[in-house]
Ligand binder design. Structure first.
Ligand code: SF4
Length: 176
């Protein structure tokens, strides 16, 4: 069985972004698909959010941000995190060798934290996306990267090397 890399579904070529715009990371997908099975995940669409949908910001506190719709002010946190709990259970069984997630997303941002706002739209701190926060907590040793970092060929090769080494290690312990 080939090792698994989990990828944001939009980067893997699915039209899952809030604005429906394609952001297929063809070069990254084609390179990684030589050695890995790519598992595409979109927690927002899995939680039942439509495409297109309103943009979502992180609000509240950087330690425990909430996902708030920019136009409707709907709080999507419970809906998305409920689905994330199920997604994480499935992913723990698949033992991913790495994650490649979309930058600047309230759900997927995993390298560069994005702004967290207060109710008046003022930036009060920064946080990773909610999916990335779940991964960091449940699988702290699994490498995470995004499409901006992996635009660099050396970074892409390094991620593949680390992920293959990880997949070859039989005793991968995850945080319960
Ligand atoms: S960034 Fe994440 S939540 Fe947003 S469309 Fe892509 S996979 Fe879905």
């Amino acid at each position: 069985m080939r090792p698994v890399i989990v990828m944001s579904a939009c980067l893997a070529g699915r039209r899952t972004r809030y604005d429906g715009r394609p952001v297929y990371a063809a070069r990254i997908v084609e390179y990684l698909a030589r050695d890995f099975d790519i598992v595409a995940v979109c927690p927002e669409v899995a939680a039942g959010l439509p495409v297109p949908r309103e943009p979502i910001n992180l609000e509240g506190t950087p330690f425990s941000p909430t996902m708030i719709g920019v136009q409707s002010r709907t709080d999507y946190t419970f809906r998305v995190t409920g689905r994330l709990i199920e997604i994480m259970e499935g992913l723990l069984r698949q033992r991913p060798a790495a994650f490649v997630l979309k930058s600047r997303s309230p759900t997927c941002a995993c390298v560069t934290p994005i702004p967290v706002y207060d109710a008046y739209g003022r930036e009060i701190g920064r946080s990773l996306g909610l999916f990335a926060r779940f991964i960091r907590r449940r699988m702290p040793d699994v490498p995470l990267s995004d499409e901006r970092i992996l635009a660099d060929s050396a970074a892409l090769e390094a991620l593949a090397r680390v992920a293959l080494a990880r997949a070859a290690t039989p005793d991968q312990q995850e945080t319960p």
